[in-house]
Design a protein around this ligand. Sequence first.
Ligand SMILES: [Zn+2]
Length: 308
Amino acid sequence: MRFNPKARIDQSQIETRSGGGRGGGGMRLPIPGGGGSGGKIGIGTIVIVVLFVILTQCTGVDVLGGGTSGGSGSGDSPAANSCQSGEDANKSDECAVDLFTNSVQNFWSKAYPEQTGQPYDVVKTVRFQGSTQSGCGAAGADMGPFYCPNDKQVYLDSAFFDDMLEGQLGAAGGPFAIGYVIAHEYGHHVEDQLGVLGQIRTQRGPKSDAVRVELMADCLAGIWAAGAQKTTDANGEPIISELNQDDIKRAIDAAQAVGDDRIQKRSSGRVDTDSFTHGSAEQRVRWFNQGMERGTIKACDTFATDNL
Ligand SMILES: [Zn+2]
């Protein structure tokens, strides 16, 4: 995929914060189930770990329960944002995050009122380095991207994409995998506006509310993916100039890679559906596709069905 080089980035949707440090330069990401023993970590493991972190802690649901840890909150000083255009976004993952944020919110600013009769609230992506404070407590690099319902912002550690997506996931992920992550997080914001996040009662298990919320966010990300090429900047310039089936497949691969069963198999060698929090690989792909094909929030209502 390519961003339209002429598209302008709307920085009013982005907040950049610097400082906070890099946590001593060690391994910043937790390895599920001791997968890192022996010192050598295969690239497959890293990919899984990265996506595990992206998508297991992204709702702010855990955070809502009051369990926050880590992060000094010292990264709260505002930093300059040099991302201006689609040209920048084609070169830098950080700028790609910004333009994907614009694309996703441009999309929902039209689609949400059409489908619900209510206005869509544009909110910010906070790009930070190291650690920062969020309305859901301290945010650290080890948490991965998440949506905080308390302050209605998406939080994302810049180094996460620099180090991980570019360095480790570059070939496997591709830029549209970043788009999927952003669209998934904004899916939680859409859920928040719909009042869905307030319905979470059960946190674990194959039919838990947590799984329903995550599969719905994948479905909402799919709706955006299908309409992404039509999104425009403030001047009406298309944001994305090229998007093909391979890009879509990469987003689907990313959704698949973060299925609970895949992650569990990687970390412990077995699958325990009772501890599912996000749904299986098959479910995540199916709901992403459901969003792409059906295109409506209603078709993404995972609380209305037992056929998850
Ligand atoms: Zn999520």
